[in-house]
Design a binder for this molecule. Structure first.
Ligand SMILES: Cc1cc2nc3c(=O)[nH]c(=O)nc-3n(C[C@H](O)[C@H](O)[C@H](O)COP(=O)(O)OP(=O)(O)OC[C@H]3O[C@@H](n4cnc5c(N)ncnc54)[C@H](O)[C@@H]3O)c2cc1C
Length: 476
């Protein structure tokens, strides 16, 4: 039972900070505990990377456009803020991989690129006969020795399935999530389940086949779509959260510059407007470089300074449907590095999310920039538009200019979980807990980049705060 009044500051008004604020306020209301909550956001708006705009009847996401339905925290939060009736699943359809200038249908049964069905894999033009034979070696290869060490996604998949499957299928798919370098990203921090499959079944192909949903449920799942969003755009979740947070004091357009410890139980925050705030606990829900800068005294946060992020841009182009001379049936494609293309992915948003687009119109949302290919993002809007249109023209024969284009640059926005990320994070958290108990780091830089992961991380920070308070009360 927490008896005293407590003061918590949340730094960062992205989905992580907002979720932390929401679950802390909920606790305060349900348990009738007096918790003073302040959320400080550097920009003049809440939502961070979530940004929806509406234009000429279109709903366009500048950043994330949806979340994985199977990770339940996002759907749960949506329901809690009263937006359940706004939840919508994506329309399903054929997805493609662009390889050497040609679109190849995603082989049926491929789970993150791992084949679970034989015939689509045998007939696909994505791999040469030798590449297919190499991938089939997974069926007989022994499991790797259990060392407990992390490894890169690339080395793991290359060993099991060979280079072709990795370069032509797995890499472009993963690139869509991390925009990263598959040979540097940590297996343990991104997809530990694949290592578990290898440990349990030895063969990835056999293991994924066994552990994937059976035929019947797979097809019903397919109809529904794996992703969810909100009819009015993800910003509606941000707006609903802001409205629900009636006991939270918001400070917008104010940056936290420094966090210092005043004594064991207390922290002092220096703000960009010259004011000082004192509090018992802080949830730091900012990207990792900002997080490390906030506590200059903590040299053990230097691994966060070294952590890399990738720069990308989203480019949404609206057309009349007559502009697409070659309208391909499907929902979009990802682009393998073995191509003379600049775009890295394209969603046919009007097909995947029909509610976003007026009748007779089309919206194509492309990505440019990924690890090693980020320079394009520094080009002018005109240049980016030209390059993207040239690429789209090669596939869909688009010769007219878009009705409008919205380019959003996301600099250093995609955190890269390098090999050893989990270990680094454990060490940072241990040192932080000893040096500055009551300060918690959360957000997309640490335990997952997806919106549901960020929500979980905000909620986990709240649980940690409450556990600490309860412990203090018992000990007192
Ligand atoms: C282009 C793009 C597309 C994506 N697509 C998807 C998708 O479809 N589905 C999905 O699940 N995920 C997607 N993601 C990932 C997801 O959007 C992010 O991981 C998530 O939104 C991050 O939320 P966050 O609150 O942790 O950080 P942010 O949204 O970055 O929020 C951090 C906030 O902290 C503030 N801040 C920073 N420093 C300070 C300071 N010193 N003082 C005060 N405030 C500060 C910033 O202004 C910002 O508002 C995408 C990401 C990008 C960039």
């Amino acid at each position: 039972m927490i008896e005293e009044n407590r003061r918590v500051v949340i730094i960062g008004g992205g989905i992580t900070g907002l979720s932390a604020a929401y679950y802390l306020q909920k606790e305060s209301k349900e348990k009738n505990v007096n918790i003073e909550i302040t959320l400080i956001e550097a920009s003049n708006r809440l939502g961070g990377k979530i940004q929806t705009i509406r234009k000429n009847g279109f709903t366009i996401e500048r950043g994330p456009d949806s979340f994985l339905a199977r990770k339940q925290s996002a759907g749960r939060l949506v329901k809690e803020v009263g937006l359940e009736d706004q939840l919508i699943h994506n329309s399903t359809g054929q997805a493609y991989i662009l390889l050497k200038g040609e679109l190849h249908p995603m082989p049926e049964g491929a789970v993150m690129g791992i084949p679970t069905k034989l015939s689509p894999f045998v007939t696909t033009g994505l791999f040469s006969p030798i590449g297919k034979m190499r991938a089939a070696a997974d069926l007989i290869l022994p499991a790797s020795k259990k060392t407990g060490d992390d490894q890169s996604l690339g080395s793991f998949f290359r060993r099991r399935l060979g280079d072709e499957v990795v370069d032509n299928l797995i890499e472009p798919l993963l690139s869509g999530i991390y925009a990263g370098d598959i040979d540097k990203l940590s297996l343990e921090a991104t997809f530990p389940q694949f290592q578990q499959v290898e440990e349990k079944y030895r063969s990835l192909i056999l293991g994924m086949k066994q552990s994937s949903p059976k035929q019947q449920s797979a097809s019903s799942q397919k109809k529904k779509g794996m992703f969810q969003t909100l009819k009015g755009g993800l910003q509606t979740l941000v707006d609903a959260l802001e409205e629900k947070l009636d006991e939270v004091a918001f400070l917008k357009a104010v940056k936290v510059e420094k966090i210092e410890k005043t004594n064991v139980e207390h922290y002092r925050l220096s703000l960009s407007n010259g004011s000082i705030i004192e509090c018992d606990s802080v949830v730091v829900a900012t990207p990792h470089h900002a997080t490390a800068n906030l506590i200059p005294s903590a040299d053990y946060l230097s691994p966060l300074q070294k952590m890399k992020s990738t720069t990308v841009a989203t480019v949404a182009m609206a057309f009349d449907e007559s502009a697409l001379k070659n309208d391909i049936d499907g929902t979009g494609f990802v682009v393998s590095r073995n191509n003379d293309y600049t775009i890295t992915a394209c969603t046919w948003t009007h097909k995947k999310w029909p509610h976003t687009t007026p009748e007779g119109k089309v919206i194509l949302r492309c990505y440019v920039g990924r690890s090693g290919e980020e320079a394009i993002v520094d080009q002018s809007d005109e240049e980016i538009k030209k390059v993207v249109l040239d690429d789209l023209n090669k596939i869909m024969e688009i010769t007219t200019d878009p009705e409008f284009t919205i380019i959003t640059r996301w600099r250093e926005a995609m955190p890269q979980y390098a090999v050893g990320h989990k270990k680094m994070l454990r060490e940072v958290n241990e040192r932080l807990a000893k040096d500055m108990p009551g300060i918690y780091i959360a957000g997309s830089s640490f335990e997952g980049v997806g919106l549901p992961d960020c929500i979980n991380s905000g909620e986990a920070a709240v649980k940690a705060i409450l556990t600490r308070w309860n412990k203090q009360t018992i000990e007192a």
